[in-house]
Write a protein that binds this ligand. Structure first.
Ligand SMILES: *Cc1c(COP(=O)(O)O)cnc(C)c1O
Length: 422
């Protein structure tokens, strides 16, 4: 099995990679619980749950068992013409845990297309009411995915540069931080007065790709209230924050004003099978009801509501809502609190951030998103058996909920040691 890394180079093109300067990709041959094993037998703790997906641990036995049962029953069926119990049951289970204004579940197959569908829902919502609205508002530094609509509302330039001339119209506002709330609100009022705003899209409370940046919940609530009062749709991108990461089922649970539309993916299917969902409130759905066929939502992905992925998602929700996992989440939060107290005054640490099981530490140095220091840190972590993937000068932890105390301590210790090399 050796030498996978060399065979990789022949035909494969990896995402988010400059192959000329970074030709190597490490081959992982096995993952179980929180442990990744490479082709040479080295083990690494997966401290970011493989991009926040495998929250119940890799190859979780319960999830695999439930998925396997479904595989023997019904594999794939077109969801435009048929329905099936896994989709029905998943919609029922999701509606139970989603913010209580959510009432309809629409399927996609990745986070970007969940956002894409949310954007299209908002545009067509007004179109169907004979109103033309074309501009979105989004936060600076937000990340919502890589398809054109999702890319347009994202604010991270390394992803968007070559495509800027082809994006939909988006106005950007800073995140409210407690001291600028009034100014941000004024800016929103101005934008609403001067443009035909269709919607506001946001990562609630925590901007993941921007470096796990947190912001002010009251400020966000005020913005959402203003949009609501002006009949402008709000879209919460919970692709990263959903399913317990923030300590509640959804980050929107911390905010009084609920979004009209919510985008979900990543932990939705526990890292086993790709799937995504765009949920919405009843009044969005109602705007698509008509005797006119063309007022329906003509957006579809071939694998919409794939029964196997639905079964996986149902099993994931069972685990998420179990006492064991909820207890684990609280234990991780406590553990992060202590580490935070211990590390936050370290001379190399500029600031720390914590929300739920997400802990981030910003180094007191400047570094490019994919710069040399970031590479050096990544190498150091891997050499010490921990997979952590710094975002620029931010090191963050977001482990599976099933991480052991001992594994967490090893992650903390490795981060502390890494501060000596920066
Ligand atoms: C990852 C992510 C996306 C994109 O999801 P993909 O499945 O990678 O397309 C969108 N929004 C947020 C907040 C994300 O973290």
């Amino acid at each position: 099995m050796k030498n996978l890394s060399n065979r990789d180079k022949k035909h494969l093109w990896h995402p988010l990679k400059q192959h000329q300067t970074h030709p190597e990709s490490l081959a992982i041959v096995k993952a179980k619980g929180c442990i990744l094993t490479d082709e040479y037998g080295n083990e690494y703790i997966d401290a970011i749950a493989s991009w926040y997906t495998c929250m119940y641990g890799h190859c979780n036995d319960y999830i695999i068992e439930k998925t396997y049962q479904q595989m023997q029953q019904l594999d794939q069926i077109m969801f435009s013409d048929f329905t099936h119990e896994p989709a029905i049951k998943l919609s029922e289970e999701l509606i139970k845990i989603l913010p209580n204004n959510q009432n309809k579940i629409f399927f996609n197959d990745n986070g970007s297309t969940a956002v894409e569908a949310g954007i299209k829902m908002a545009l067509q919502y007004y179109f169907n009411k004979d109103k033309k609205r074309s501009t979105f508002i989004a936060f600076e530094d937000g990340f919502h995915g890589d398809t054109f609509g999702a890319m347009s509302v994202s604010g991270l330039s390394i992803y968007n540069g070559p495509f800027e001339d082809f994006l939909i119209d988006v106005k950007r506002i800073p995140t409210p931080n407690g001291t600028n709330n009034v100014e941000v609100l004024d800016q929103v009022s101005d934008l609403i007065a001067n443009h035909s705003i269709a919607g506001f899209i946001y990562e609630p409370l925590l901007q993941g790709a921007a470096g796990m940046k947190t912001y002010d919940a009251h400020g966000l609530n005020d913005i959402l209230k203003l949009f609501k009062s002006k009949d402008i749709l709000t879209i919460a991108d919970e692709v990263m924050t959903g399913f317990g990461k923030t300590g509640k089922y959804f980050a929107s649970d911390y905010i009084d004003t609920k979004p009209d539309i919510i985008c979900l993916s990543k932990a939705l299917t526990a890292g086993l099978i790709p799937m995504a969902i765009t949920s919405c409130s009843q009044h969005i759905y109602d705007a698509f009801l008509s005797n006119d066929m063309a007022k329906g939502f003509f957006h579809c992905h071939t694998y919409s509501a794939n029964p196997i992925a639905c079964a996986t998602a149902i099993a994931g929700i069972e685990l998420l809502t179990s006492k064991d996992i909820q207890d684990n989440i609280q234990d991780i939060i406590k553990s992060h609190n202590s580490f935070n107290e211990h590390i936050k005054n370290h001379p190399k640490v500029k600031t720390t951030r914590q929300l739920g099981v997400v802990f981030a530490l910003e180094l007191d140095t400047k570094t490019e998103r994919y710069g040399g220091l970031r590479d050096k840190l990544l190498k150091f972590f891997m050499a010490n058996g921990v997979f952590l993937r710094p975002l620029g000068n931010t090191i963050y932890i977001q482990t599976p909920y099933v991480i052991t105390k001992q594994q967490l301590n090893k992650i903390y210790k490795t981060i502390e040691e890494a501060l000596d090399i920066v």
